[in-house]
Design a binder for this molecule. Structure first.
Ligand SMILES: [Zn+2]
Length: 95
């Protein structure tokens, strides 16, 4: 192969590599920022949101609610007994 062409190819590869690296770094930074923002929003949203207990229908602050994760959804209850009533006595995947 022509040495000049080889040099050109190397230079091109270098430029492409630099571009890719910068793009990757930018993307990672953007994703990190987005993630932090999402977490912040979630925290803020959790603080003063009222959720409805599907068993007794009472509204409870999300933070104080008893959580149950089931079938890909999250349910909130005012107490363990409501949670138990909802699951019908069987043990849920409560965290
Ligand atoms: Zn309840």
């Amino acid at each position: 192969m022509n040495p000049l062409r080889l040099l050109l190819l190397a230079a091109l590869a270098y430029v492409v590599w630099r571009l890719l690296r910068r793009q990757l770094r930018d993307r990672i930074q953007t994703e990190l920022l987005q993630q932090q923002r999402n977490e912040q929003e979630q925290q803020e949203a959790t603080e003063d949101v009222l959720v409805e207990d599907p068993v007794c229908g009472i509204l409870i602050p999300k933070q104080q609610a008893v959580r149950l994760r089931q079938d890909g959804g999250t349910y909130y209850f005012c107490s363990e007994s409501c949670c138990d009533a909802f699951t019908g006595g069987r043990k849920g995947q409560d965290e």
